[in-house]
Design a binder for this molecule. Structure first.
Ligand code: AMP
Ligand code: ZN
Length: 685
């Protein structure tokens, strides 16, 4: 008896040992990845290659899936987001978030210092000078070295809990290193660096969407996005400037900045100690001149009494600390002459008015053009050709006109009459109700629209046609060789050779590149078609949900809107696209040339129709799958995944740690709540 049990006993011990080892490895990986993350994002000094990082992360994910009880919201694997917040809870700040008093001159600062001398007695005051980052303020609470929650400023007493979104920002440490206070708040500003902002706008323009107006509003808007995975995609950063706790663990503000750095926070190095107000002013003047050399936007300098003991004695007014002062920069502004207004036509036919200015130097660059946005903006500013206008540079590459110097207006000036016809093709412009932009409706005959669509079609994320660039496209359009993207597939080397700067080799490459593109998968073809509002992500979702172009074409508005994250605006646009004869002709031709208009065999191999007609909401943590895997499983089997419970939801798949509010809502609406096991059974039946 004993002998026969022994092997299984050993086996148990063996399994137990493996488990222990793997859990140890899991913890080790979390530590290592956190350190690499910090080196990369906080210190700008990568310690391993991206590839190695991805491999380690993959290893961690596998172990986390195997040991779901080890789930930790602060694991490096959670950076990608995924948590959905429908309504942001309002929570009290542990320590009130104050505003700052403003000053604009050395005189203001001297008055401030005199007030402090009256409270403290006349003593030498040291100041820290910090940049005033222009973004959205945030207060993050850490307990036992772990990120506990993150709250917006709100009214200073209470704000919105945006923890799920803040976790996805790579410069925010989830786990601290070194010697940290047991519990404290750290304050900072969520900013969107210029480069990231420009990249986001380039992508939006590519999708035919209106660009964001400035980095600050985009940063604060990002904090309130419901889908944290979307926040994870945005190149946000968190710059920290102050630590608050019950027991001070340093003596000065400057030491507190150093402390924050040592714990793994991103605290810009430019902060400086000043021994008197003259040194403060030198710092302010320097940064007023160099503000646009920074990677992110600032709108001034914050000056703080360095000694924390003195800070405490000074205390607060109802609104702001008495020991700190903001020195706001004047916006970088110049005045120059508006010489003319020209109108550009985009790929979707949207018209953008552009101001042509007498060249002028502003914040280190020569400005010749400024954006005027749309007709309403021109009307509102009442700018007129010949006016002297005030031009301001914010975070955007293109400066904007903020006003007119009426004292210099010529009596002969006349109000701008917005164009009523397309500057390129002469068509009468249209304006849809509720939209600010005018459109040229002549999609098929307007040259910049034709070139724009073809350029989008061949772009890297779409059909990625090698050997063909934007300039060549314009050249081909002008030469009358192509009128739409389907025409690309009829091009022959002999057609191309007569073109300027077109050698035999490049002509060959072009034709080969076009031929090769017929293998590009369905979802990218869908993106390439240039349907308004259908960006990369939406194209993927549509391809997955409908699987073939025929199914998508036949879909009514309701079934389009049933797809996760597809709202009325996108659904309308897709529906309309397939209702236009010209588009159907184009599609028929592309099909004939062999482009992919259905998911591939490979994509379809693991799919069934078992869940067709059912819509699921997934919530909580699961044993067998990650949430992402579960969602994929639902979609692969024909079901729809939606992020919120409504009367249309068929099932709520409930995992561990599901929030009580989801359950309540499901019960109220009579939605069936099923467990992971019950769900698994639906797939085997
Ligand atoms: P205001 O909104 O003009 O009252 O200015 C106060 C805000 O400035 C605070 O809520 C912070 O979010 C922001 N701020 C940016 N940089 C700093 C900094 N270095 N120190 C303190 N506050 C800052
Ligand atoms: Zn036109």
């Amino acid at each position: 008896m004993i002998a026969c049990c022994e092997p299984s006993g050993n086996w148990e011990i063996h399994r137990y040992m493996i488990k222990n080892k793997e859990i140890e490895r899991l913890k080790q990986l979390r530590k290592e990845l956190s350190a690499h993350n910090r080196a990369y994002y906080v210190l700008d000094n990568p310690s391993i290659s991206d590839y190695t990082f991805d491999m380690l992360l993959e290893e961690l994910k596998v172990l986390e899936a195997k040991y779901p009880e080890q789930f930790d919201p602060n694991s490096p694997s959670q950076r990608v987001g995924g948590a959905i917040t429908k309504k942001f809870d309002t929570v009290q700040h542990d320590y009130r978030m104050y505003s700052l008093d403003n000053s604009y001159s050395l005189e203001d600062l001297k008055e401030w210092e005199a007030r402090m001398h009256r409270v403290l007695g006349v003593v030498d005051l040291q100041y820290t000078c910090e940049l005033k980052y222009d973004g959205a303020s945030i207060s993050i609470t850490y307990q036992d070295g772990k990120l506990l929650r993150a709250v917006t400023r709100g009214d200073g007493v209470q704000g919105d809990d945006v923890t799920a979104n803040i976790r996805t920002i790579k410069t925010v440490p989830l786990q601290l290193v070194g010697d940290f206070p047991q519990r404290f708040d750290i304050r900072g500003e969520i900013v969107l660096p210029f480069a990231g902002f420009e990249a986001m706008n380039a992508a939006r323009l590519d999708n035919g969407e209106a660009p964001y107006s400035n980095p600050r509003n985009t940063a604060s808007g990002s904090l309130k996005l419901q889908d944290s995975a979307e926040v994870a995609q945005r190149p946000l950063e968190c710059l920290l400037y102050s630590m608050v706790s019950d027991r001070p663990f340093v003596q000065t503000q400057n030491e507190s900045l150093d402390k924050a750095r040592s714990l793994g926070f991103k605290v810009p190095e430019v902060a400086k100690l000043a021994g008197n107000l003259e040194e403060v002013i030198a710092f302010v003047s320097y940064w007023e001149k160099h503000r646009f050399d920074l990677a992110y936007e600032i709108d001034g300098v914050v000056i703080k009494v360095n000694n924390l003991q003195q800070q405490e004695e000074l205390g607060f007014t109802a609104k702001a600390p008495r020991w700190a002062m903001a020195y706001k920069f004047k916006a970088a502004q110049v005045s120059t002459k508006l010489e003319s207004i020209s109108y550009q036509v985009g790929r979707t036919g949207a018209i953008t008015p552009v101001a042509n200015l007498a060249p002028v130097s502003l914040a280190g660059t020569i400005v010749k053009r400024a954006s005027l946005h749309n007709a309403d903006q021109i009307e509102k500013l009442d700018v007129r050709v010949g006016d002297m206008v005030f031009v301001e540079k914010g975070g955007e590459i293109i400066p904007k006109i903020v006003g007119v110097d009426l004292s210099k207006r010529l009596v002969s000036s006349v109000k701008v009459k917005y164009i009523s016809n397309c500057p390129e093709c002469g068509s009468v412009l249209q304006r849809h109700s509720g939209e600010a932009q005018h459109y040229c409706p002549n999609a098929l005959g307007c040259a910049p629209q034709i070139s724009g669509r073809i350029q989008h079609f061949i772009s890297r994320k779409a059909m990625d046609i090698e050997g063909l660039g934007a300039e060549t496209v314009s050249q081909l359009v002008v030469a009358g060789l192509i009128k739409d993207y389907a025409d690309l597939y009829t091009l022959e080397v002999s057609d191309l050779l007569p073109l300027e700067r077109m050698a035999e080799k490049s002509a060959n490459n072009l034709v080969m590149g076009v031929k090769a593109s017929v293998r590009i998968p369905f979802e990218r073809v869908l993106f390439a078609l240039g349907i308004r509002y259908v960006g990369e992500t939406v194209a993927k979702k549509l391809a997955k949900a409908f699987r073939t172009i025929e199914a998508l074409q036949g879909a009514d508005l309701e079934s389009l809107e049933a797809v996760d994250e597809i709202g009325e605006r996108i659904a309308q646009s897709v529906y309309q696209f397939f209702r236009e004869e010209a588009h159907l002709v184009l599609l028929a031709r592309l099909k004939e040339y062999g482009l992919q208009f259905a998911l591939s065999e490979e994509d379809l191999a693991n799919t069934t129709d078992l869940l067709t007609g059912n819509s699921f909401v997934v919530s909580g943590v699961f044993e067998q799958w990650s949430r992402k895997e579960l969602k994929k499983l639902i979609e692969d089997n024909g079901g729809k995944v939606s992020s919120s419970i409504s009367s249309k939801t068929s099932y709520l798949v409930a995992g561990n740690k599901m929030g009580p509010s989801k359950r309540e809502k499901a019960e109220k609406l009579g939605v069936s709540i099923i467990s992971e096991t019950e769900f698994a059974k639906m797939l085997t039946d």
